[in-house]
Design a protein around this ligand. Structure first.
Ligand code: GDP
Length: 224
């Protein structure tokens, strides 16, 4: 996938203020400091794009970026938010879980995990929850340039081994580095596939052919 354009669309404070679900979305989530902003910037190849999500008032919102005018990258608030009160944490936890389990145009979630450290229970619990909800996701391990390949591999394997304890199908794994761009091309490829599939499916479901719906020749749903 070539990123031709990437534009900040909006910051939503609740599910009700999210944009209409009329384009496929890829959500990105991970614990604070996992390297989410860096990864988003590397992915879209724009230095400061995800820094919008770090502006005061926007760290706890769901931030939407329109990519190539056809799909959206959704930056979800980092979990394990140290600076937020317990009540707020619960509110945001609810908002994020509702978004992940209910958003109908969600094509996939990139779950970011730090490759430099052994598996963390909070990340494992989160992936288990996603599995239970049937949310499609892949594991993106960040910062692989910061440790030896052997160490990153050990941490990644330990994570997937722990996941295998509660699930038969471990998701796809992407080791990445925003610093060296390692693995970013693989992510582009994955996102391209997932978005194309979602657009095709939407075309079938809604009888909508493409973004330019100038034609109004009502083909009627011919469902096989
Ligand atoms: P966020 O809080 O999850 O958005 O994390 P940031 O993208 O702000 O990154 C947190 C810290 O990790 C920053 O100091 C980044 O420079 C650093 N970082 C992020 N990604 C990488 C990476 O791929 N390699 C290295 N060496 N450092 C990284």
């Amino acid at each position: 996938m070539k990123i031709k354009s990437a534009d900040f669309l909006t910051a939503a404070i609740s599910l009700g203020t999210c944009p209409p679900p009329d384009q496929p979305e890829i959500a990105v989530i991970g614990r604070s400091n996992v390297g989410k902003s860096s990864l988003i910037n590397a992915f879209v190849n724009r230095k400061g794009l995800a820094n919008i999500s770090k502006q005061p008032g926007r760290t706890q919102t769901i931030n939407f970026f329109t990519i190539n005018q056809t799909w959206r990258l959704v930056d979800l608030p980092g979990f394990g938010f140290a600076k937020v009160s317990k009540t707020n944490r619960e509110r945001f936890g609810k908002m994020i879980s509702a978004f992940l389990s209910k958003r109908q145009n969600l094509a996939a979630v990139l779950v970011l995990i730090d490759s430099n450290i052994p598996p963390q229970q909070i990340d494992l619990d989160f992936t288990q929850w996603l599995m239970g909800e049937g949310v499609p996701f892949v594991l993106v391990f960040t910062k692989v340039d910061r440790v030896s390949t052997a160490k990153a591999t050990t941490n990644i394997e330990a994570f997937t081994a722990s996941m295998a304890e509660f699930s038969d199908n471990v998701p796809m794994v992407f080791p990445t580095s925003s610093a060296t761009k390692f693995g970013i091309a693989d992510l582009h490829q994955l996102v391209h596939q997932v978005i194309t599939q979602k657009l095709r499916k939407r075309g079938k479901d809604d009888d909508v052919e493409s973004e330019d719906e100038e034609q109004d020749d009502d083909e009627d749903e011919d469902e096989a």
